[in-house]
Design a protein around this ligand. Structure first.
Ligand code: GDP
Length: 298
């Protein structure tokens, strides 16, 4: 656990410290519960998850003596209860193939790296994977995706910089169908500054995809950077509206004290969380294990 989730260390240190301070007093009374709630909010779990955990603790343990260790375990259990319903790995079930994953997110969120990591995971599971370079807006994006495709050893369909993403996606699905691709992972431009254009672009991609396969895109995965804290959460609102998000990957949970936003995202949005990023390397994407994450956070 320690090694796997070195990632959550800072989040966990912060919350543990706060919780340990709380329980110099032994009985779980209202004042202690207030302190617990504050500690949770300070650890980025957000007001509603904090209130919910407080209520659960109150129901189960009010007036009882509790040690710091027991309090931590109780909090971990309540966090796990929030996380369990949203823990859903990406599964490749589409028929006909390929299953089409649109990957969206603002620049810098770790979108490209996450695409590469997902491709790597699917390849390890013996799926045929293809990438499509649908972020034609940023000069470096296509080259960067190509580099990852080479490294992971999967084909990529790309067009010119400034090209039409929808036509790249069209070509990719056609080619993927020909060569037996199981999973097509589509990179998209993360231009939240220009919502209208982004919306039009995604609508056009959807239209083209829908003509080839009414079920596509099967997944619309939003990549969020945990270090952005509350900002990451407000991106969920915008992208839900613009893109019809079906699930989340949260990145950069290594080295941030803001891992609590993961709990907040789960509580507030209830969207599936597919995986979490805990580093820059190709195998630094972990399946989202709610019990493990809860134990590490609290
Ligand atoms: P994009 O602009 O959204 O495509 O972002 P990139 O995939 O290029 O990632 C931006 C930076 O974040 C790069 O330096 C990545 O190595 C880094 N990065 C991505 N995911 C993670 C992660 O889970 N942990 C850490 N520490 N860095 C990450």
């Amino acid at each position: 656990t320690e090694r796997l989730f070195g990632g959550f260390k800072k989040t966990s240190e912060r919350l543990s410290e706060n919780l340990t301070e709380v329980v110099s007093k032994a009985k779980l009374d209202d004042a202690t519960l207030d302190d617990v709630e504050d500690a949770l909010i300070m650890s980025d779990l957000g007001p509603s998850a904090a209130a919910r955990i407080r209520e659960k603790l109150r129901d189960k343990r009010f007036g009882l003596e509790i040690s710091a260790q027991e309090l931590k375990e109780a909090v971990a259990e309540e966090i796990a209860a929030i996380l369990r319903p949203v823990a859903k790995p990406l599964e490749i079930t589409a028929f006909p193939r390929p299953q089409v994953l649109l990957v969206i997110g603002v620049n810098g969120s770790g979108k490209t790296t996450t695409i590469a990591k997902l491709a790597h995971l699917f390849v390890e599971d013996d799926y045929n994977v293809m990438l499509a370079a649908g972020d034609t807006f940023r000069a470096a994006a296509i080259g960067q995706l190509q580099t990852w495709a080479d490294r992971v050893g999967v084909p990529i369909v790309r067009g010119p910089e400034g090209g039409d993403p929808a036509s790249i996606v069209f070509d990719a699905v056609k080619k993927g169908t020909e060569i037996g691709t199981d999973v097509l992972i589509v990179d998209t431009a993360g231009r939240l500054q220009n919502k209208r254009e982004l919306m039009d672009e995604l609508a056009k991609i959807r239209k083209v995809l829908g003509r080839l396969n009414p079920e596509a895109p099967h997944d619309v995965v939003l990549v969020l950077d945990a270090t952005n804290g509350q900002n990451a959460l407000s991106q969920i609102d915008v992208f839900k509206e613009v893109a019809g998000v079906t699930g989340l990957v949260m990145t950069k949970l290594d080295g941030t004290a803001r891992g609590g936003v993961l709990v907040q995202a789960a509580e507030q949005y209830g969207l599936p969380i597919h995986a979490i990023g805990v580093g820059e390397k190709i195998d630094d994407l972990r399946p989202f294990d709610p019990d493990l994450v809860a134990r590490v956070i609290a």
